[in-house]
Design a protein around this ligand. Sequence first.
Ligand code: YSA
Length: 242
Amino acid sequence: MEKSGHLHPLTHVIRHMVGIFRELGFQVAEGPEIETEHYNFDALNIPKDHPARDMWDTFWLKPQNRGLLLRTHTSPVQIRYMEKHKPPIRIIVPGKVFRYEATDSTHEAQFYQLEGLLIDKDISLAHLKGVLGKFFEGLFGRQTAVRLRPSYFPFVEPGVEVDVSCFKCGGRGCGLCKESGWIEIMGAGMVHPNVLRGVGIDEREWQGFAFGIGIDRVAMLKYGIDDIRLLYQGDLRVVNQF
Ligand code: YSA
């Protein structure tokens, strides 16, 4: 009997995530994978020579012209969207991103992120926590231990990193979670006033939160995959399970 094709696990996860956020009132936006330094860094409050640029190991397209690059995160789409649309804003941006880094069981040089951006009046971190709670509940079909850690991203203030309990060891500590019991899944925070001002939004009137989730990490958690590289090797023994 002929076998029919089927969706890749990452496609399943992206569709599932988008469905949950749509129910929460978010619309899908897109942006280019080849970006300018301006959108990937400067407009996100990361000026040239700022040490925070080291957080994103970058594939520059032309070494002699340091203008174009492969986007290192989906955050530039926040800027592109806010330039064209007035608040209130509620969008998600699923897409491919690229980093010049060594691969290991939780890191790839090409992977997927889903960006979220909500701009409205009287918004606080509590709204972010509420939205994420609903999201994880929808995604994993049960309450999942979630931890917010103070962190730093130049385009938010305050910034947080969000961890979920390691699916492999249940939080006891193992090789996958580097003995910590937690897996980092996203960065987030309150959109920095400099970012809002830069796109012409009055930061005294509007506030918002933004986040960037690693979709591959979500797929790993959801399906119990303990090496991210398995998602990209096209091994039928892996993909036929989905
Ligand atoms: C932060 C604040 C915001 O307001 C909006 C977005 C963000 C996220 C920020 N743009 C960013 O890229 N943060 S990050 O470098 O920590 O990456 C976000 C997530 O992508 C990580 O939590 C992780 O889940 C995933 N990730 C990062 N490097 C990866 C990776 N997944 C696979 N392979 C890699 N090399």
